[in-house]
Design a protein around this ligand. Structure first.
Ligand code: AMP
Length: 203
């Protein structure tokens, strides 16, 4: 039997948004990831660009946001500015039916002031590159106490680019009970390199 978006446990406003985007059915990675992510488990997912991985993590992320709380609740780490912008745009498209939801991209090589303002206003979802996220953590413009979910997109690429230490510091700065989703095009080394817990669900 074909799996439908309505089978995955998502809020009705999100299903509405997905329908408006013209997505007919979940891609395999979405069908596998979304229910497990909604159950609160950590996930290590093997995924390529074009598999629909952004919605695979973006939809459960949106599902758990409490819009009335103007605090950062989800952090997405990406290796590059381009990917951070692209992921943030896709999340905003998926969130079109969620009124009041804010998702902001945060990356280096551009003045920090506007990003600081957006963060101070309590962006629900922050999508950023490790260096600039570290910068905001140091300046305390990004507060971590309400973060429930941390997503690492293209984790292998971030490690290859030398972000390992930043990734560890950022993850270490999150509340203890936060959920984590790791996506990577290769799995071979990310466990060892990031010290991922064995009990994570593998996709
Ligand atoms: P991604 O792999 O996340 O970069 O997504 C690749 C493209 O597929 C994006 O343009 C998405 O908007 C689109 N997409 C993601 N999920 C679906 C789906 N279930 N049905 C149709 N298009 C999708």
């Amino acid at each position: 039997m074909d799996i439908k978006f309505t089978d995955l446990g998502l809020r009705s406003e999100l299903i509405e948004g997905i329908q408006r985007l013209g997505f007919e059915s979940p891609s395999p990675i979405q069908a596998e990831t979304i229910p497990v992510a909604l159950s609160g488990k950590d996930i290590v997912g093997l995924s390529q660009t074009g598999s629909g991985k952004t919605a695979a993590f973006g939809l459960p992320a949106l599902n758990m946001i409490e819009i009335d709380r103007k605090e950062t609740q989800v952090l997405v780490l990406c290796p590059t500015r381009e990917l951070a912008v692209q992921v943030c745009e896709e999340i905003n498209r998926l969130a079109a039916a969620l009124r009041g939801l804010t998702s902001v991209p945060v990356y280096g090589g551009t003045p920090i002031d506007r990003q600081m303002r957006a963060l101070r206003n309590g962006a629900h979802i922050v999508v950023g590159t490790p260096g600039r996220i570290m910068d905001h953590l140091r300046r305390k413009t990004l507060r971590t106490d309400a973060i429930k979910l941390c997503i690492l997109d293209e984790a292998d690429r971030m490690l290859d680019m030398g972000f390992r230490e930043d990734m560890e510091v950022i993850l270490g700065d999150m509340p203890e009970e936060r959920q984590a989703l790791f996506f990577s095009a290769r799995l071979s080394s990310i466990h060892r390199r990031l010290g991922i817990k064995k009990k994570s669900h593998h996709i």
